[in-house]
Ligand binder design. Structure first.
Ligand code: AGP
Length: 606
C-alpha cells in the first residue's frame, strides 16, 4: 500500500509534495521520491528509508517547479532501495504507482525483447516504458497513457508526468484508490484524503477505470475507453486524525475492513486458476527429500500457523509441526535439512520467532518466512519469503495481517500439495477459484455486522469469555479469545470444543458467554452437542454459524451467520465476527483500542 501525491498550480510544489507524503506516513514507507517539472523536463529526486532523507535532498537541490508528483513506497515487489523507489523515469515519462501489475513479467520480457533495458526490479517501471513507446507514436499524452493502461492486468493508481508537457499531470485508477483535490487555480492528486486535507476539502473520488488530466485551470476525466465523465467533488468534513483512519474511529477498525483488499493483494498473481497452481517467488523446496514442515511463530501469527498445519496436512499430506517461537528456540529441537522451517511474522522483527528460525537454520533446515514488512530482519535471514500484502498494520491487535497469513499459508498448502501429488489439478483449481471469490464473501460478512454490535452491548461487562472450536476453527477460537483480552482486558480463553468435558465445563454458568464456532462441515454435529452441554448449564451461547443453518438458532442465545464456504477457507470468515466483537466490546469499554495497555506492536525483546 504506497502513497501518491501530486500538485499543479502556481506555488513551488516540493514542500506541498513532502508535506502530503508526511501525512501519508501511517501507510508506512521504506523509500520516497518526487518528480518535479522544471524547464519542460521532469527532475527526479529519490531516497531510501525515512521521508526525512528525501527532505534533505530537496533542501539541497531546491527544485523550483510548480508541477510535480511524489510517492512513498511500501515495498511488495523488489527490495527497498533508491533504485526501486518511485518515481520511475524512462525516456520522457515519469510514473508513480500504487498497486500490483499482475502481468509485469510478461510485459517486461516483451519490452526487453524490443530493446528496452530496465533499471529497477519493480513492476511499476514497465508503465513508464509502455507510455514512452506510445507517446513516440501518438505524440498525444492522454492517448499514450490510455494505450499503456489497456496493456496492464492488476491494480494500479498511477500519476504520470511527460517531458515537454509541463502543465499537467495524468492520473488513473483501477482497484487502487486515487483522489483529486480541487483548489483555486490549483489542483491536487492523492492516494488518500489526509495527504491534501490541509489544502482543500473539495475532493473527487476517481472511479474504477477513470483517467484524469489535471491542470491548474481544471480537471478533465474520462474512462479507459475514452468517454468523458463528470465526477462531482465532495466536501470532506473529517479532521486530520479521522482522515488517517479513513473516517474510522480507530486504525484497528479500518484494518478490519481492509481485509478483503489485503487478501486479494496477497493472492493476486500468485495463483493460476487455469493450471491449478500456486507460486512462491524465488523459492524452491526439494520435494525428494522434504520430510516435514515445522512452523514457528508467536501470538496471532502462531494461531495462523496452527491453521497452516491443517491446511498443509490436508492439501499436501506432509506432517506439520507447529511451535511457539519462545518454546522452540530453547528446546534443542530435533530438526535438520530434511525439514522446511516456516516462520510467520507480521513485523518480521519478533525476537522469539527470529531466534527460533536461527536455531532451526543452524541445524540445517531451509527457512521460508511469511511476513508483512519487506526487508525486515526475518525475511532477510530466510532462504525465501512469501510476503503478505496487507499494507502497514498500525493497530497493535493484528487483524489484516492474520487473514493475509492464512491466505499465504493456503498458497503454501496448494504449492506443496501439487508437488506431492496429494492435491490433484481439478481439486486445486476448485480451491483456487473459491479462494479468489473469498474476499467478496469477507466483505459481505463485514458489511453485515450489526448483529455483532447488539451482542457486544449485551456482554460488554462480562468478566470472562470462553471460545470453543473444532478442527481448523480451534485456532480461530484461540485467536478470538486473544483479540478480546488484548484490547478489552476481559479474561478470555480459547479451547478445543472436545476438551470441554475434561475441565472447562466447570466454568459454565449464567454469567459466562461462550462463543462457539459452529459452521457446517466436519465436526458440526459434535459442536452442536458441545453447545447443548453449555446451554444445559445456563451458559450463554453465541454461535458463529453457516448461513442457511436454520436449526441452530433455537439452540443458542445469539447467532452470527457467515456464508457457506469449504472447510479450508472457513477460518478466513469465522475470524471476522470475532475481530469485530472484540473491537465493539473494547470500544464500549473505552479502552485504548489501537494501543492497548502493556502491549507493543512488535515484540523485539525476549
Ligand atoms: C496480535 O494481536 C498481537 N499483537 C501479538 O500476539 C502478535 O501477533 C505477536 O507479537 C507476533 O507478532 P509478529 O506477527 O509481528 O511476529
Amino acid at each position: 500500500m504506497c502513497g501518491i501525491v501530486g500538485y499543479v498550480g502556481s506555488e513551488r510544489c516540493s514542500d506541498i509534495l513532502v508535506d502530503g507524503l508526511r501525512r501519508l506516513e501511517y501507510r508506512g514507507y521504506d523509500s520516497a521520491g518526487t518528480a518535479i517539472m522544471e524547464g519542460g523536463e521532469t527532475h527526479i529526486l529519490r531516497s531510501q528509508g525515512k521521508l526525512s532523507n528525501l527532505s534533505v535532498l530537496i533542501d539541497e537541490q531546491k527544485p523550483q517547479g510548480t508541477v510535480g508528483i511524489g510517492h512513498t513506497r511500501w515495498a511488495t515487489h523488489g527490495r527497498p532501495s533508491e533504485q526501486n523507489a518511485h518515481p520511475h523515469k524512462y525516456g520522457n515519462v515519469a510514473v508513480v504507482h500504487n498497486g500490483i501489475i499482475e502481468n509485469h513479467a510478461a510485459l517486461r520480457a516483451e519490452l526487453e525483447a524490443s530493446g528496452h533495458t530496465f533499471s529497477s526490479e519493480t513492476d511499476t517501471e514497465i508503465v513508464a516504458h509502455l507510455i514512452d513507446d506510445a507517446f513516440k507514436e501518438t505524440k498525444d499524452s492522454l492517448e499514450s497513457v490510455r494505450q499503456a493502461l489497456c496493456r496492464l492486468e492488476g491494480a494500479y493508481a498511477i500519476s504520470v508526468l511527460l517531458d515537454g508537457v509541463p502543465d499537467q499531470i495524468i492520473c488513473a485508477r483501477q482497484d487502487a484508490p486515487l483522489i483529486l483535490g480541487v483548489g483555486e487555480n490549483e489542483n491536487y492528486i492523492a492516494s488518500d484524503v489526509p495527504a491534501i486535507l490541509n489544502r482543500t476539502r473539495d475532493m473527487i473520488f476517481l472511479e474504477e477505470g477513470d483517467i484524469a488530466v489535471v491542470r491548474a485551470e481544471g480537471i478533465a476525466i474520462s474512462t479507459l475507453d475514452g468517454k468523458s465523465v463528470e465526477r462531482k467533488p465532495q466536501k470532506i468534513m473529517w479532521d486530520a486524525m479521522m482522515a488517517e483512519k479513513g473516517g474510522h474511529k480507530h486504525f484497528m477498525l479500518k484494518e478490519i475492513f481492509e481485509q478483503p483488499r489485503a487478501v486479494t493483494d496477497t493472492i493476486r498473481d500468485r495463483v493460476s486458476p487455469t493450471t491449478g497452481d500456486a507460486f512462491i517467488d524465488d523459492f524452491d523446496v526439494d520435494m525428494e527429500t522434504l520430510r516435514r514442515v515445522v512452523i514457528v511463530a508467536c501470538g496471532t501469527s502462531y494461531h495462523a500457523a496452527l491453521v497452516g498445519k491443517f491446511l498443509i496436512e490436508s492439501m499436501a499430506r506432509i506432517p506439520v509441526e507447529v511451535d511457539l517461537g519462545s518454546e522452540f528456540r530453547y528446546r534443542d529441537p530435533l530438526i535438520n535439512k530434511h525439514d522446511l522451517l516456516v516462520g510467520v511474522s507480521q513485523s518480521g522483527e519478533t525476537a522469539d520467532t527470529l531466534a527460533a528460525l536461527r536455531e532451526g537454520r543452524g541445524k540445517g533446515a531451509r527457512v521460508l518466512s511469511i511476513c508483512n514488512v519487506v526487508g525486515s530482519t526475518i525475511p532477510r535471514e530466510s532462504d525465501g519469503v512469501l510476503y503478505t500484502h496487507a499494507g502497514p498494520e498500525i493497530g497493535v491487535a493484528s487483524t489484516k495481517a492474520f487473514t493475509t497469513q492464512l491466505a499465504a499459508l493456503t498458497l503454501l498448502g496448494i504449492h506443496l500439495g501439487r508437488r506431492t501429488g496429494a492435491l490433484t489439478e481439478p481439486k486445486a483449481k476448485e480451491l483456487i477459484n473459491d479462494l479468489l471469490a473469498l474476499p467478496e464473501q469477507m466483505k459481505e460478512v463485514l458489511d453485515h455486522s450489526a448483529t455483532v454490535d447488539v451482542i457486544a452491548r449485551r456482554y460488554a461487562n462480562a468478566r470472562d469469555f470462553l471460545y470453543l472450536g473444532r478442527g481448523m476453527n480451534y485456532p480461530i477460537a484461540l485467536e478470538g479469545a486473544l483479540k478480546l483480552k488484548e484490547i478489552s482486558y476481559i479474561h478470555a480463553e480459547g479451547y478445543p470444543a472436545g476438551e470441554m468435558k475434561h475441565g472447562p465445563i466447570a466454568l459454565i454458568d449464567e454469567n459466562l458467554p461462550v462463543v462457539v464456532l459452529a459452521p457446517r462441515g466436519s465436526g458440526y454435529e459434535k459442536i452442536i452437542n458441545n453447545l447443548a452441554e453449555v446451554r444445559a448449564r445456563e451458559g450463554k451461547v453465541i454461535a458463529i454459524a453457516s448461513r442457511g443453518d436454520n436449526e441452530i438458532g433455537n439452540k443458542v442465545d445469539d447467532v452470527i451467520q457467515i456464508p457457506d464456504v469449504r472447510t479450508e477457507l472457513q477460518p478466513l470468515l469465522t475470524v471476522l465476527p470475532l475481530q469485530m466483537l472484540a473491537y465493539r466490546i473494547a470500544d464500549i469499554r473505552g479502552t485504548d483500542v489501537d494501543q492497548p495497555r502493556n502491549l507493543a506492536k512488535s515484540v523485539t525483546v525476549e
